[in-house]
Design a protein around this ligand. Structure first.
Ligand SMILES: O=P(O)(O)OC[C@H]1O[C@H](O[C@H]2O[C@H](CO)[C@@H](O)[C@H](O)[C@H]2O)[C@H](O)[C@@H](O)[C@@H]1O
Length: 383
């Protein structure tokens, strides 16, 4: 079964930022579904993406009654659907377990822990480069975004990882804030969904010489983001539990602590501010609406940029691994599929359409996987 889902629409004429997401339920015959993972797999057809829409198409969408109210509904419904309280838990995959959609999904996106040996085989002779999302990947999801701390054990693991492989954090958060959580100077950091990169000196092949550089492709949007942040704070203050987070080049409006019956109201408040800013795009994450500039830049572009900065632009012998839990991480998974290099690992307890190749259920499993990589590298160096 293929399930196509219009999430947001970019309207360049009326100025409302638009993103369209096509979602697919796992089905090998569907052109939208990533192929069963194979270490020599061909690039998969992109599953999600943002694109601008012509006047003609927009008129058609309007005819189909895809109006503002419906869009709000779609965001909110999508947020509800992705909330674990609305997803029925399914039996774990095991001998005798009934074949449910979840178990079949696990066959398509097996655990990276179970597939560790195969992953290592595929990386042989290549330089592994690690890309890690922060929230929901290195730290558990919590109610208060300001208290999304990673454990000391996770930090120690990531520190050891960075001694073995070039390692970057790629987050929707403001770069300084995510650095404040991770606190490891030996990593590279891409904040604001990749729009604020502190990377190595270009072509430095991971030789840290203190001459890192800053890359901020959306800097012209700073005044606009500040203005919209203030407007959103003011507009949403009447909604108990709503929180607006300034992520420098992006803004997050959090729904997690808002009563569900107030979600539509909050989404409408956000939309009423955003309608005056055609150059900003609205996307939806884990109980959050995210606002960002409409420039063609995302976590996938950030990954490519960092690879290039590290001197691996046109190399066949690089093996990037990207681990993330969010919709925005799909841009990076897609790039890896398109390049036919390395792979993505989706952190999720529940089945989801994804361009990743493997899965891990939660941050503790991410830590186990990273520890195994470190241990493998230690033994490989000794051998
Ligand atoms: O790219 P990421 O590092 O995954 O950042 C994406 C968003 O993560 C944060 O929000 C999410 O985590 C919060 C803390 O666990 C949780 O309360 C919230 O519901 C989640 O959506 C962050 O606060 C956002 O600004 C990031 O954009």
């Amino acid at each position: 079964m293929t399930n196509q889902n219009l999430t947001l629409i970019s309207d360049s004429t009326s100025g409302i930022g638009v993103a369209v997401t096509v979602t697919a339920v796992s089905n090998e015959s569907s052109p939208f579904v990533a192929a069963r993972p194979s270490l020599q797999r061909p690039p998969a057809t992109p599953v999600t993406g943002y694109f601008s829409i012509s006047r003609k198409d927009l008129a058609l969408l309007k005819k189909l009654d895809i109006n503002g109210a419906q869009r709000i509904n779609t965001w909110v419904e999508s947020m509800r659907a992705s909330s674990p309280t609305h997803i029925l838990s399914t039996p774990a995959l095991g001998v005798g377990a009934p074949v449910t959609e979840q178990t079949s999904w696990m066959l398509d996106y097996p655990s990276a822990l179970d597939m560790f040996e195969q992953i290592i085989d595929a990386s042989r002779g290549k330089q592994i480069v690690m890309f890690l999302d922060y929230d929901g990947t290195l730290s558990p999801i919590v109610d208060d975004p300001d208290r999304a701390f990673m454990s000391d054990k996770m930090r120690a693991t990531v520190k050891r990882l960075a001694k073995c492989f070039p390692t970057a954090i790629v987050s929707g958060r403001c770069r300084d804030k995510v650095y404040g959580f991770v606190k490891l100077a030996e990593l590279y950091y891409a904040g604001s969904h990749g729009m604020d990169i502190k990377g190595p000196a270009r072509g430095s092949k991971h030789k840290k010489n203190g001459k890192g550089f800053l890359f901020q492709p959306a800097s012209e949007f700073l005044p606009m983001i500040d203005e919209v942040y203030k407007a959103l704070v003011e507009k949403t203050e009447s909604t108990p539990g709503a929180k607006v987070e300034h992520n420098k080049f992006c803004i997050s409006v959090h729904f997690r602590r808002v009563e569900e019956k107030k979600w539509d109201e909050l989404a409408l408040q956000v939309r009423s501010v955003l309608k005056n800013y055609p150059k900003l795009l609205l996307t939806q994450g884990r109980k959050v609406l995210e606002i960002r500039p409409t420039i063609k830049w995302d976590k996938g572009k950030a990954l490519e940029f960092l690879l290039e900065s590290l001197g691996y632009a046109n190399c066949d012998d690089v093996f990037p691994v990207y681990i993330g839990d969010d919709q925005t991480d799909e841009d990076a998974f897609k790039i890896l599929r398109e390049r036919g290099q390395g792979f993505g690992i989706l952190v999720s307890k529940f089945q989801r359409d994804t361009s990743a190749s493997y899965s891990l259920q939660e941050p503790t499993e991410v830590m186990d996987f990273l520890q195994r990589l470190v241990e493998w590298k230690r033994l490989a160096v000794q051998a």
